[in-house]
Design a binder for this molecule. Structure first.
Ligand SMILES: *[C@@H]1O[C@H](CO)[C@@H](O)[C@H](O)[C@H]1NC(C)=O
Ligand SMILES: *[C@@H]1O[C@H](CO)[C@@H](O)[C@H](O)[C@H]1NC(C)=O
Ligand SMILES: *[C@@H]1O[C@H](CO)[C@@H](O)[C@H](O)[C@H]1NC(C)=O
Ligand SMILES: *[C@@H]1O[C@H](CO)[C@@H](O)[C@H](O)[C@H]1NC(C)=O
Ligand SMILES: *[C@@H]1O[C@H](CO)[C@@H](O)[C@H](O)[C@H]1NC(C)=O
Length: 441
C-alpha cells in the first residue's frame, strides 16, 4: 500500500522538471482506448508507446484487490508514412472471462511505465439487455463543448458504447507526421478508456491508404478495422467503409470484398434463429446515401455511389441500398455532413412511412440518421432550402445522438444540441413488431 504513495510523491517532485521540457518518457503508455472484440466477456485495450516495451494490462474488480489479474498481449510497430517516418508501438491486449456487467479497474503498460488508472464495465451479454450508445462523426478539437459533455456523460456511466461514425479529428490523423493522430487519440482517451469506442473509416483517413486508421484502432474481425460486425443486446451492429467507393486507387476489389462480406454477414444475421434473438440490424458508415445539404457531396446526388454503386468500374460495383433493404436493415447511421438530419423511412428515393400519423411505427423501409455535427467549427455545412420529401428534421447545431436499443420492438433516438447547452432537440421511437425483409410489406 506504501508503494503507490511513494511513486506519487516521486512523480510530483518530478513535475516541475517536466514543465521545463524534460524529454517525453518514451516508454510511457498514452492514447489508451477500449474496444469490444465481439466475444462475450471480452474487452480489448489498445495504447501507444514510442519505444518498444512489453504489453500488459493489470486489472481487478472494482472494490476487490487492485490489479490482482494480469493479461499480456503484443505490440506492432507503426511507422508513419510522413517525411519524419515517426515510429510508434501500438499495444493490444485482450481481456477475457470478464463477468458480464461487472466493473473493473485497470491500468496498462509495462514495468517501464504505467498509464493512469481507468475503469470499465464489462458488457452485459444478455439479449434482453438494453444498451445505450452515444453516436457521432466528425468530432474534432475545434468545438470542445461536445467533447466535454461526452467526457462527463461517459464517465457518469450514461453509455455502454460509443459509435464513432468516421473521421476522428477534423483534421486528418496523418497530418503533421501523424502528430494530429496522437493528439486526437489523447483527447478521446477520457471517453475511450472507459467504454468500448467503436469506429469506421472516414474520408480524412485515406492518406497513405488509411494506414493511421488501420494501425491505431482494434476492431473485431480480421479486416484491420475496415468492416466488421458485433452484437449487443437485441442488436446486430455492422460497421462498414463507404470509402471503398471513393478511393479506387487503393483497390477496386475492396468494394467487392466488402460487399461479399456484408452479404454473408447479413445472411447469417437473418437466419431465423439469429434474427429471433437479435431482431435489430443497425449499420454505420461514414458517407450517407441521402442528405439535403447544400454541397456537392455524394449524398446530394440522386445516383450516389454509396446508394447505387459505380458503373465506371470493371465490373460495375453494386451499391448498398438494395442490399440493406433486401436483408431488412432497420436503422442506418451516417455522418460526413457536418449537420444532423433525420429521414422518414426511405427506399429508392421514396418515402415509406409506417403510416402517415406514425411514420416510425412498423416503417416500410430503413430509417436513416445523419449525425456528423460533433464539431468541425471551420466547416459548417449549409442545407438545401428545398429538401426532398424524405427529409424529416434538420439542424445545424453542433451536437451528437443518443440511442437506446430498448427491447425487440422498441428503439429510441435523440439528438443533443451543444449550441443549446445539451438540450434534446429531436427524438423518435422506432417501433417494429416484425423485422426483416417481410416487415416492409
Ligand atoms: C527510444 O525511442 C527514441 C525515439 O525513437 C530513440 O531515440 C531512443 O534511442 C529509444 N530508446 C531506447 C532505449 O530504445
Ligand atoms: C443483464 O441485463 C439483463 C436485462 O436487463 C438483466 O436482467 C441482467 O440482470 C443483467 N445481467 C447482469 C449480470 O447484471
Ligand atoms: C490498401 O489497404 C488495403 C487494406 O489493407 C489493402 O487490401 C490494399 O491492397 C491496399 N492498397 C494499396 C494500393 O496498397
Ligand atoms: C410521412 O409522415 C410524415 C409525418 O406524419 C408526413 O409529414 C409525411 O408527409 C409523410 N410522407 C408521406 C410520403 O406519406
Ligand atoms: C419494450 O419497450 C417499450 C418501451 O419502453 C415498452 O412499452 C414495451 O412494453 C416493451 N416490450 C416488452 C415486450 O417488454
Amino acid at each position: 500500500k506504501m508503494v503507490p504513495l511513494h511513486t506519487a510523491c516521486l512523480l510530483l517532485s518530478l513535475a516541475p522538471l517536466l514543465v521545463l521540457g524534460v524529454p517525453p518518457i518514451w516508454t510511457q503508455p498514452e492514447q489508451v482506448h477500449l474496444s469490444y472484440p465481439g466475444a462475450p466477456g471480452s474487452m480489448a485495450v489498445t495504447w501507444t508507446t514510442f519505444n518498444e516495451t512489453e504489453s500488459k494490462v493489470e486489472y481487478g474488480l472494482l472494490g476487490g484487490r487492485l490489479f490482482e489479474m494480469i493479461a499480456k498481449g503484443g505490440a506492432t510497430l507503426f511507422v508513419d508514412s510522413g517525411k519524419e517516418k515517426r515510429k510508434m508501438y501500438i499495444h493490444r491486449v485482450t481481456l477475457t472471462d470478464l463477468k458480464p456487467a461487472a466493473t473493473y479497474v485497470y491500468h496498462c503498460g509495462s514495468d517501464e511505465g504505467w498509464s493512469e488508472v481507468f475503469s470499465f464495465t464489462a458488457l452485459n451479454d444478455s439479449t434482453s439487455f438494453s444498451p445505450r450508445f452515444a453516436l457521432y462523426g466528425d468530432m474534432g478539437n475545434e468545438n470542445p463543448q461536445s467533447l466535454a459533455r461526452l467526457q462527463k456523460e461517459t464517465q457518469l456511466g450514461m453509455y455502454d458504447a460509443i459509435l464513432h461514425i468516421g473521421k476522428p479529428a477534423c483534421h486528418s490523423l496523418f497530418q503533421d507526421n501523424a502528430r494530429i493522430g496522437d493528439e486526437f487519440m489523447r483527447q478521446i482517451q477520457s471517453i475511450a478508456a472507459y467504454v468500448p469506442y467503436m469506429t469506421c473509416p472516414g474520408n480524412h483517413e485515406s492518406t497513405y491508404n488509411f494506414s493511421n486508421y488501420r494501425n491505431r484502432f482494434t476492431m473485431p474481425g480480421q479486416t484491420e478495422s475496415l468492416w466488421y460486425s458485433w452484437n449487443l443486446g437485441s442488436a446486430h451492429i455492422i460497421s462498414l467503409s463507404t470509402e471503398v467507393y471513393f478511393y479506387l486507387d487503393f483497390g477496386q476489389e475492396l468494394i467487392f470484398k466488402q460487399y461479399e462480406w456484408l452479404m454473408k454477414d447479413l445472411e447469417e444475421a437473418n437466419k431465423p434463429e439469429n434474427r429471433a434473438v437479435r431482431p435489430w440490424i443497425l449499420t454505420m458508415g461514414h458517407r450517407p446515401m441521402y442528405c439535403s445539404d447544400d454541397d456537392q457531396d455524394d449524398c446530394t446526388q440522386f445516383d450516389s455511389y454509396v446508394r447505387l454503386g459505380r458503373s465506371d468500374t470493371e465490373p460495375p460495383a453494386p451499391g448498398l441500398e438494395d442490399l440493406f433493404y433486401r436483408y431488412g436493415v432497420d436503422v442506418e447511421l451516417w455522418a460526413h455532413e457536418h449537420t444532423y438530419e433525420r429521414l422518414w423511412p426511405v427506399y429508392g428515393d421514396k418515402v415509406y412511412n409506417g403510416s402517415k400519423e406514425q411514420p416510425y411505427v412498423n416503417p416500410k423501409a430503413p430509417v436513416h440518421i445523419i449525425t456528423g455535427s460533433a464539431g468541425c467549427r471551420e466547416k459548417t455545412d449549409r442545407f438545401n432550402p428545398n429538401p426532398k420529401e424524405w427529409s424529416a428534421f434538420r439542424s445545424m447545431d453542433y451536437g451528437y445522438t443518443r440511442m437506446q436499443v430498448v427491447n425487440a420492438t422498441h428503439l429510441y433516438l435523440e439528438q443533443v444540441s451543444d449550441d443549446q447547452y445539451g438540450k434534446v432537440i429531436d427524438s423518435i421511437w422506432v417501433e417494429k413488431e416484425k423485422h426483416g425483409f417481410s416487415a416492409w410489406f
